[in-house]
Design a protein around this ligand. Structure first.
Ligand code: ATP
Length: 140
């Protein structure tokens, strides 16, 4: 099967760098599927789930938004943050969600609402992905 090189990088590190068969990324307009030989494009990513297929393996990562660029022979994801599903610290994400919700609910005028909404979206994406992967493991 045809494949392409996928690099997922953050300001901190290279999170993933392998040949893959397909990815599904959280695009602005919904899920964005990329197969080999996809038309070149550059787009924004929202906080959400990035799924990577390689043979029978699927790797799931939480992405905190960023950019995706499709080049002729490779795909590059520049992410604000990215964690593999099994690296997600659920208690930390739960605390971040609570804090963002409290800020939005109780101190709307005193905080940067946009920042609190963004923090909430990151936390919710992490929690959803951790829960989904846990459920999938239970069902195996
Ligand atoms: P927090 O308030 O808990 O720091 P945040 O959404 O503000 O959450 P980010 O700025 O997106 O955090 O990420 C900072 C660093 O911490 C990144 O390296 C990111 O991968 C990591 N990180 C953030 N939250 C989690 C989590 N729940 N589990 C694992 N790594 C996390």
């Amino acid at each position: 099967m045809a494949s392409f090189k996928l690099d997922i990088v953050t300001a901190e590190k290279v999170v993933f760098s392998e040949d893959v068969d397909m990815i599904v990324a959280p695009g602005l307009m919904g899920e964005l599927g990329i197969l080999p030989h996809h038309t070149p494009l550059m787009t924004t990513l929202l906080p959400g789930e990035l799924r990577i297929r390689k043979g029978d393996d699927e790797t799931v990562l939480a992405i905190s938004g960023g950019f995706l660029e499709v080049r002729p022979t490779r795909v590059i994801v520049l992410a604000d943050a990215a964690e593999r599903a099994d690296e997600i610290d659920v208690a930390r994400a739960e605390a971040a969600r609570q804090k963002a919700q409290d800020r939005l609910a109780h101190h709307p005028a005193a905080v940067d609402e946009e920042a609190a909404q963004a923090a909430l979206a990151r936390a919710v994406a992490r929690l959803k992905i951790a829960e989904k992967v846990k459920r999938r493991r239970r069902n195996l």
